[in-house]
Design a protein around this ligand. Structure first.
Ligand SMILES: NC(=O)C1=CN([C@@H]2O[C@H](COP(=O)(O)OP(=O)(O)OC[C@H]3O[C@@H](n4cnc5c(N)ncnc54)[C@H](OP(=O)(O)O)[C@@H]3O)[C@@H](O)[C@H]2O)C=CC1
Ligand SMILES: O=C(O)[C@@H]1CCC=N1
Length: 291
């Protein structure tokens, strides 16, 4: 596997250093995954946050480049790649602190497209905007990146150099699947990649509750359901078969599974999933606007 240092070895425009502006759940998941895989070393990571509580969590895990001052960190590592890992609602305050940004910037934010990001980072509205930002990318990962089982999508402005693209893709790929997606479908695909773990956790919890109701101890119930969900997902990916065809292989005529399917359909589970994706996409669109 390529490492960050190896990729940057003969490249003068970037240094083998990743800055995370925001050190919450997503920064943690990505960095944990990449460090575990050996793609980066802890000393190649810098993290900022609003609170000492968050920075102490990083400190306790052995990270040393930690700060509550975004500008200071950017100045210290002028050729690092910068990940924007704050909530979309916190972005404008952050942009005020870091403008003018000179480093390549990778946004993890849901719902904020590259055009809006470009305008907001430059501090200009669309009519007066001058192209003064560094190249921008979007990466939409998910929480399972922390264990190398993430699903992420990437999109980049045309000005992003092949070497930067290689670094960001290699970084994302070492934490799981990473697929390029155009800007038009980015938010919808990002919803699927980013939100699905939460919906799957809800499903796992509900099925486990069913087990507990039937007398199965919680630890056993959750373990069995989680393993079964993982196996089902792997089978979809590895067999290439349609999920409906795989479902049919499980449903014996007059059997137990189809009795459960009938209850799920009666309660609109399939429609519920479709509406969940639609609601998340609507929310992503709304977040593009300043809140
Ligand atoms: N969570 C997920 O599964 C996914 C999240 N995303 C995206 O990733 C981004 C981060 O989400 P997530 O990690 O869950 O959010 P968190 O709330 O867990 O983390 C946000 C972090 O930003 C820090 N922060 C806020 N304002 C500033 C600032 N001005 N300067 C420096 N740090 C700041 C916070 O500091 P402090 O801790 O001190 O408050 C916190 O550490 C979001 O934009 C989200 O859309 C994308 C895909 C999946
Ligand atoms: O809920 C959110 O907005 C973020 C983006 C995808 C997952 N978590």
């Amino acid at each position: 596997m390529e490492t960050l240092s190896k990729i940057c070895e003969s490249e003068e425009s970037i240094e083998p250093m990743l800055i995370f502006l925001g050190g919450g759940n997503m920064a943690t998941a990505l960095v944990d995954g990449a460090v575990k895989k050996g793609f980066v070393q802890k000393e190649q990571i810098a993290v900022t946050a609003r609170s000492e509580v968050t920075l102490n969590k990083w400190r306790n895990k052995g990270y040393m480049h930690l700060s509550m001052n975004n500008r200071e960190v950017l100045k210290k590592f002028p050729k690092a790649l910068v990940f924007i890992a704050v909530k979309p609602q916190a972005r404008l305050e952050l942009f005020d602190q870091i403008r003018p940004l000179t480093q390549v910037c990778i946004s993890l934010m849901a719902g904020v497209n590259l055009k809006v990001l470009d305008q907001e980072l430059s501090g200009c509205d669309s009519s007066s905007h001058q192209p003064e930002n560094p190249p921008l990318l979007r990466l939409h990962p998910n929480i399972a990146s922390s264990i190398g089982a993430g699903a992420s999508i990437i999109s980049a402005q045309p000005s992003v150099s092949p070497i930067v693209l290689r670094v960001v893709r290699s970084f994302a790929e070492c934490t799981g699947l990473c697929l390029p997606v155009d800007e038009e479908t980015f938010d919808a695909a990002g919803t699927l990649a980013g939100c699905t773990p939460a919906w799957a956790f809800t499903m796992i919890e509900g099925l486990s509750d069913g087990g507990v109701l039937s007398g199965v101890p919680r630890y056993l119930s959750t373990q069995l359901v989680a393993q079964a969900v993982m196996g089902a997902a792997k089978l979809v990916l590895e067999s290439g078969e349609h999920p409906g065809a795989l479902k049919d292989k499980v449903c014996s005529p007059g059997g137990t599974t189809i009795a459960g399917i009938q209850q799920l359909e009666a309660r609109g589970v399939r429609s519920g999933f479709i509406e969940a994706v639609r609601a998340a996409n609507e929310r992503a669109k709304a977040m593009t606007k300043k809140e």
